[in-house]
Design a protein around this ligand. Structure first.
Ligand code: HEC
Length: 197
């Protein structure tokens, strides 16, 4: 009876020791050196250049404007090769198309388009600016001026029957554009999330 108890005590002392050593070694490893010896502090200008995010309510939009007509020209040259002349035929993502009655199937219902587009899926117009500015054209992201982005966004909104052909889209007017899919999304209300109307 005694031996197993003794063996048990010895084993638990040994295991506790191993655990303490492991934690201690881990703690030693995760200590971050104060200086790595490379890199330089980001300048205000570098931070400004990288700070391009635009929020759903239009926060962060740079000053500027564009028209549907200018957007059409830019779209033909910079976008149509990948998204199709009409924005529907690819080879890459379909950008144009509404669903009848603006029903919402997450663009998946094959009875309708079966594809997500700016017209059936995109909930906030300002984030269209953010995305195009940040990521498009796919082969040269960041190469469009802000006025060019406003223009091509105006054109995509027009092609999706969201704004008229003579719409001038700017940092002031873009947040006022109400997207067909606006109410189809639930706002993330975790820390800092807020309802945008
Ligand atoms: C070289 C090919 C290429 C070019 C040129 C291009 N795109 Fe794209 N685009 C893509 C690809 C690929 C995706 C999908 C990217 C992904 O899912 O990560 C995409 C996605 C998009 C989306 C998001 C579609 C969605 O529903 O999620 C938009 C909007 C868009 N592009 C707009 C544009 C605009 C505007 C231009 C021109 C200024 C442009 N693209 C030029 C390849 C291209």
């Amino acid at each position: 009876m005694r031996r197993p108890i003794l063996a048990g005590i010895v084993l638990s002392v040994a295991l506790t020791g191993v655990a303490i050593i492991a934690v201690w070694r881990q703690a030693g490893r995760s200590q971050t050196p104060e200086q790595f010896g490379f890199g330089t502090p980001a300048t205000t200008e570098e931070i400004r250049q990288a700070d391009t995010d635009v929020t759903p309510d239009g926060g962060g939009l740079p000053r500027g404007s564009g028209t549907v007509a200018e957007g059409e020209t830019i779209y033909k040259v910079r976008c149509s090769g990948c998204h199709g002349v009409t924005g529907t035929e690819g080879p890459f993502d379909r950008l144009v198309g509404r669903e009848p009655g603006d029903t919402f199937n997450f663009g998946r219902d094959p009875k309708f388009l079966g594809r997500r587009t700016v017209g059936n899926y995109w909930p906030y117009a300002p984030t269209l600016y953010d995305y195009v500015n940040r990521a498009m054209p796919f082969d040269a992201p960041g190469s469009l001026s802000s006025d060019e982005v406003y223009s091509v966004v105006a054109y995509l909104l027009y092609r999706n029957q969201i704004v008229p052909a003579d719409a001038a889209i700017s940092d002031r007017t873009l947040p006022l554009v109400r997207m067909p899919a606006r109410d189809r999304f639930v706002v993330d209300n975790r820390s800092g999330g807020r309802i945008i109307r």
